[in-house]
Design a protein around this ligand. Structure first.
Ligand code: FMN
Length: 378
């Protein structure tokens, strides 16, 4: 055990820990968020510098980019960055690819250019992703209209903090739906009161609890956990635990991947339990449904989710997906059926995103590896 004096020294030092973050073990994990693309002369790279800031599952950043000729781009899913336990058919990874396309498109428009996006140019991979690209883009000089959602890219977050008790007004939720400009086959629903809200709160927590107690699924998240500033700077991806208390617990050996893997560990237990009130006191939930679950529809849903998240940001609203009940591993089958019933997705229809929405405190950005990490030689 460290002496009392050591603990006090650590506590004193912890106050300065955030200021030191990024110096320790690698490039600044937040660098990609500052003036994205400003230094790029190739308009494709300037747009790609925005695309990598999109929401994506477990922050895997699973995109491989090849610049072709002077104006084209081919995009592949990075098969080394899938989530086989929680996302066995890579539905969510594909949504993250769709979100990437949407931010590219917004950035192209902001340049006054038109991006001609062809999804799955070599066909849709089923039932798993393979070496085929998810999109081809031709960036043309045909004039395009700027979309105001572009301005909110640097401030967009996934916010896992507690939200205030007040549900967003219906006018805000309707505004988000309108801004999402849903393409054919997609629809949005929400609940901010009554029995449905209660049922969705219970669903979110119970499915989360199943994930925590399903070893393979839980360990997938543990393995992607970046603990403290140095670990975050080293990886610049994954799920982050940061802040003064985290640095102290890590330094004292109270928090590491081994303690996180142990569900009987008191810190791990309380860390998981902290999510319960977030689910059970959520002021509102919103969901996105598609008419079928084809790869093309998944890309469209990802594009729509990026717009929803940006439209919420524009209205000062925070957003936090609770995807566990939508996941396809066997232990969630019952919750998936319930999710589809509660959110009215019969037959071939599929709930693609299920998120908590409300007013939360301002938080910093999640890490990004940087554009150069995604580029591969033609
Ligand atoms: C398809 C999809 C599913 C997601 N599911 C969850 C989830 O279940 N829980 C969660 O906390 N975040 C979830 N997220 C959010 C990502 O973890 C988040 O986008 C990523 O960590 C990057 O952080 P950022 O959105 O703040 O940039 C999901 C995002 C996407 C696109």
């Amino acid at each position: 055990m460290p002496s009392r004096r050591t603990v006090l020294q650590l506590l004193a030092g912890a106050a300065t820990a955030p200021a030191l973050s990024g110096c320790a073990a690698g490039p600044d994990p937040a660098a990609a968020w500052r003036a994205p693309g400003a230094a790029e002369t190739d308009p494709r790279l300037a747009a790609l510098a925005h695309a990598i800031l999109c929401p994506n599952p477990h922050n895997r950043q699973p995109w491989l980019v090849e610049l072709q000729g002077t104006s084209e781009i081919m995009l592949w899913p990075d098969l080394d960055r899938l989530l086989p336990a929680t996302d066995p058919f890579s539905r969510q990874i594909t949504l993250g690819c769709g979100a990437f396309l949407e931010l590219f498109d917004l950035a192209a428009r902001a340049q006054g250019r038109t991006a001609i996006i062809t999804p799955w140019p070599e066909g849709e991979p089923q039932p798993n992703l393979d070496t085929r690209p998810f999109a081809h883009i031709a960036l043309t000089d045909a004039p395009a209209q700027r979309d105001g959602l572009f301005d909110h890219i640097p401030a967009r977050r996934t916010n896992r903090e507690a939200y205030g008790p007040d549900a967003p007004p219906d006018s805000a939720l309707t505004g988000i739906r309108d801004d999402a400009a849903l393409s054919e086959g997609l629809s949005i629903g929400w609940s901010s009161s009554g029995q449905l809200l209660q049922d969705l709160r219970t669903l979110a927590w119970e499915a989360f609890d199943i994930e925590m107690t399903t070893p393979e699924a839980y360990m997938e998240s543990v393995n992607l956990m970046r603990i403290g500033a140095a670990d975050i700077a080293r990886h610049r991806d994954g799920l982050t635990l940061k802040g003064p208390m985290i640095e102290i617990a890590r330094t004292l050996g109270l928090l590491n991947k081994t303690t996180l893997a142990d569900l009987d560990n008191p810190f791990t237990k309380s860390g998981i339990e902290a999510f319960k009130p977030l689910a059970e006191q959520a002021p509102a939930y919103l969901w996105l449904t598609s008419a079928d679950n084809s790869r093309t529809m998944q890309l469209r849903a990802g594009r729509a989710y990026a717009r929803i998240n940006l439209a919420a940001t524009a209205r000062g609203l925070a957003m936090h997906p609770w995807s566990q009940s939508l996941q396809e591993y066997p232990e969630q089958a019952e919750k998936l059926a319930l999710a589809e019933r509660l959110m009215n997705a019969p037959g071939d229809a599929r709930v693609q995103m299920f998120v908590r929405i409300g007013v939360g405190k301002t938080i910093g950005p999640s890490p990004r590896r940087g554009l150069s990490e995604h580029l591969r030689a033609a």
